[in-house]
Design a protein. Sequence first.
Length: 158
Amino acid sequence: MRLLLWVLLVTLVTFLSSGDAAPVDSNKQLERAAINKVTSRNLANDNSLKHEKRFLRGDRSNIVNLKDGDENEERKIGQKMTTALKSIKVWYLKWEQKILLPGFKKMAKKEMTYSKLMDRFRVRMMNSGRWGTPSGFKRYGRLYKDYLISINRADLAV
């Protein structure tokens, strides 16, 4: 543990010592004048500082020097990850339903109610050393209850 703390401290010192601060006098007069006069960002970018035109979240037609392969910007990585995770979740839920439906059909045929199922889980867990019903069992019971409602057997979903 001490070694890990030592390594983190050395890493922090290394990063802090490698960065150099810019001196105050290195700023150009034009930049200082633009900042001090509270000019609009467009005027500062277009006229006085002579930067290239930049549009952070503008239309594609407004973006200057955009190549064909550059349309995948860095901010789209999060969106791609979100859609990928959603598709994995949908796939998993379909697979889970395919596995659970035969058991649900058998229990509905035997007229197992939701409350009997939850009591059975509680009895199973009595000697396990746990104080409550695990969330997996609760979810299984909730899915069974939803299944009973979807097949119009609300009398068993009590």
